[in-house]
Design a protein around this ligand. Structure first.
Ligand SMILES: Cc1cc2nc3c(=O)[nH]c(=O)nc-3n(C[C@H](O)[C@H](O)[C@H](O)COP(=O)(O)O)c2cc1C
Length: 243
């Protein structure tokens, strides 16, 4: 294997894949004739260009550091009442955490956390993709400084302190059952007491993701997406590989 270099390393025989995956980040690919080149940046700032002949195998995995996100996340809106006023914030870090009873967990949550702690209730609301601007707004401004109670029309269910957004395709009212204090975040666990949707979002009585058209979030590029194509039936398509 031949190595050309820039930035201070002398030409060395390079054994990959292990060294590449641990120490460097690939920043560019290019070709010179039938030589395929890849440029890497070492953690200390040095650059290295590796050239290999077409047909050689080269390690394709690179280490992109530990601070990586679940990819993608649905974007939801948390509804709370803080100091007696409805408040809504954008929330990407949400997950179902238990089957029975149905428990859902939300992470961190800012001024909203005060409302959850005060009322021991909150709601999770799924916006449709066309609500992207107002969702983003609720993730940029804090109820601490701006009254967000008039941003949406809302309703209440059994719990009288978990405002739910009428415009959203799916709304869950939740009763706080536990709070986990993590090093930098709170993790609130709520039991879903009831969920609300509309006939137009259902197929065979079940929420239909295409009809709901939810927003998805990717981090760290901080982008919104919509749902793509159907890829197969879960708990089913893999059966054909059973021996
Ligand atoms: C798309 C998006 C997703 C977000 N996800 C989270 C999240 O999962 N957890 C969190 O604590 N803050 C999250 N935020 C930030 C809060 O929504 C933001 O700080 C908001 O202003 C808090 O509102 P509040 O202070 O009225 O509670 C997100 C923001 C955006 C734009």
């Amino acid at each position: 294997m031949t190595l050309a270099l820039t930035g201070g390393y002398s030409a060395v025989q390079f054994r990959y894949p292990a060294e590449l995956s641990l120490t460097v980040r690939k920043i560019a690919n290019f070709c010179i004739g039938n030589l395929i080149c890849a440029q890497y940046r070492f953690m200390d700032g040095h650059y290295l260009t590796v050239a290999h002949w077409e047909g050689d195998t080269i390690m394709k995995k690179i280490n992109i550091e530990a601070n990586t996100y679940v990819y993608p996340n649905p974007v939801t809106l948390v509804g709370t009442e803080v100091e007696g006023r409805a408040n809504f914030m954008a929330l990407g870090w949400v997950s179902r955490v238990n089957a029975k009873p149905p428990l859902i967990g939300v992470n961190r949550v800012h001024y909203t956390a005060k409302g959850i702690q005060e009322t021991k209730t909150f709601s999770i609301n799924y916006p449709t993709a066309d609500m992207v601007e107002v969702v983003d707004y609720c993730g940029i401004v804090s109820g601490k400084k701006v009254d967000k109670s008039d941003v949406f029309e809302f309703f209440y269910g059994y719990l009288k302190t978990a405002p739910m957004i009428t415009e959203c395709s799916l709304c869950m009212e939740c009763k706080l059952i536990d709070t986990v204090e993590l090093p930098t975040n709170y993790f609130f666990i709520g039991e879903i007491v009831a969920s609300y949707t509309e006939e137009k979002y259902l197929t065979d009585g079940k929420p239909d993701i295409k009809k709901m058209n939810p927003l998805l979030l990717t981090m760290p590029d901080n982008s919104y997406w919509t749902v793509g194509e159907f890829a197969g039936k879960a708990w089913s398509i893999g059966k054909k590989l059973k021996k």
